[in-house]
Design a binder for this molecule. Structure first.
Ligand code: NAP
Length: 360
């Protein structure tokens, strides 16, 4: 892979900090611009983050004294300094849409964590192991935006990155008829730590705004197909979801129930998971986990604290596969929400886009 200069929009936030850590050690990407809101603009990264550094690892030296730009007003300086940007900002949806399009129209590709453009018909929403072919829609998007080089590509919501990778290859082989999931989601998914959200200690909150809709609808776009100038979502498999916030720092778990069109044996399911890999593994991308789907045979595994960092937080852990009295099977899945589910997933997507020539 060639080398690229990259920017982080929303660099001071929870996901932004993850980007900083991942990119500070990246073999091909170099951080050359950091941006956030007007509140942070003009400060050094250390001053702008102040006491909000939420990572267990130290802030990397290479960013400590970098000046933070205003994501909107300094766009010319930012786009001049980078080949593309990652974006993870806490703003209103229409503002995020406008900001991401502004960068794309400035001929700067945007790899986004935000939900604002996930259902824009010519914006690919990609889990690189599953629907890497959707990036071909970028040509149609460039035409709409009047851009030659700029575009927007997004990753899906963090909640579904645990169970979609497990369900997708099973659906391709055996046909999934219906699927029910209950997610148990970490507080970092809300950009929080226990210090900043003490109400979450010893507590479960049975509501995460918008999360159940995303968990049910986004998989259908991932299963979708490019038709003309848009990605048309699939109609199946149908998902129903309940999403709970639990007192965990990082790592989203999902309890999954699934019924098949052609019910496989337990051994067949385990074999599909073991064998499944995608474009990132074929291309040997820097953030591709060697083994994407990992099954644990112990009854009490996977556990959030023990397994969320598997393969740098980029692999999916699965366990407790067994027959169910109402669905065919049930099992649990786990993924790291700010790594695979956010910054890591976006870095992997950017690596795919680089390797396929979209960042040149
Ligand atoms: P966060 O910790 O609240 O950080 C928000 C970031 O947005 C900060 O850098 C903030 O800068 C910046 N920002 C706010 N208003 C801005 C503006 N007007 N212009 C430019 N930057 C602005 O939020 P987060 O948890 O990192 O989430 C960021 C995005 O990623 C959200 O869209 C979220 O839905 C998505 N996401 C999060 C996760 C997760 O696990 N946390 C997973 C998937 C997706 P200041 O410091 O200057 O205010």
């Amino acid at each position: 892979m060639k080398n690229y200069n990259v920017g982080i929009i929303g660099a001071t936030g929870m996901v932004g900090q993850r980007f900083v850590l991942l990119l500070a050690n990246h073999p091909n990407f170099k951080i050359t611009a950091l941006a956030a809101s007007q509140r942070s603009a003009g400060k050094t990264y250390t001053e702008a983050v102040a006491n909000r550094w939420a990572m267990t690892e130290q802030m990397p030296n290479c960013v400590k004294d970098m000046q933070v730009f205003d994501a909107t007003n300094d766009i010319d300086k930012i786009t001049a300094a980078v080949d593309f940007v990652f974006c993870a900002v806490d703003m209103k949806k229409d503002e995020i849409k406008a900001l991401e399009e502004l960068y794309a129209k400035h001929e700067c590709p945007v790899v986004s964590n935000n939900s604002a453009n996930r259902f824009t018909k010519d914006v690919p929403m990609v889990i690189p192991e599953i629907n890497s072919d959707h990036i071909k829609i970028i040509e149609a998007q460039r035409k709409r935006l009047g851009a030659k080089r700029g575009f927007i590509a997004v990753k899906s919501n963090c909640s579904l990155q645990s169970y979609v990778p497990a369900i997708y290859p099973l659906d391709k082989k055996f046909g999934v008829d219906k699927c029910l999931v209950c997610t148990y989601q970490a507080i970092s998914g809300a950009g929080k730590t226990f210090e900043r959200w003490p109400e979450m200690i010893d507590n479960v909150i049975p509501f995460i705004g918008g999360e159940e809709e995303k968990s049910e609808n986004e998989p259908l776009k991932i299963w979708g197909e490019i038709k003309g100038d848009e990605i048309v979502p699939a109609e199946n498999p149908k998902f129903t979801a309940q999403c709970l916030r639990v007192p965990v720092s990082d790592g989203h778990m999902a309890a999954v129930f699934v019924t098949f069109k052609n019910k496989p044996s337990k051994e067949e399911i385990l074999s599909v998971w073991k064998e499944f890999s995608g474009e990132p593994q074929k291309l040997n991308l820097p953030h591709a986990p060697k083994q994407f789907l990992n099954y644990f045979y112990e009854d009490n595994m996977p556990q959030t604290k023990l397994n969320r960092n598997l393969e740098g937080g980029m692999a999916i852990s699965i366990g407790r596969l067994r027959e169910d009295s109402q669905y065919d099977y049930k099992f649990v899945c786990l993924s790291h929400n700010t790594l695979r589910g956010a910054a890591g997933g976006a870095v992997l997507l950017a690596e795919l886009l680089c390797e396929k020539g979209y960042m040149d």
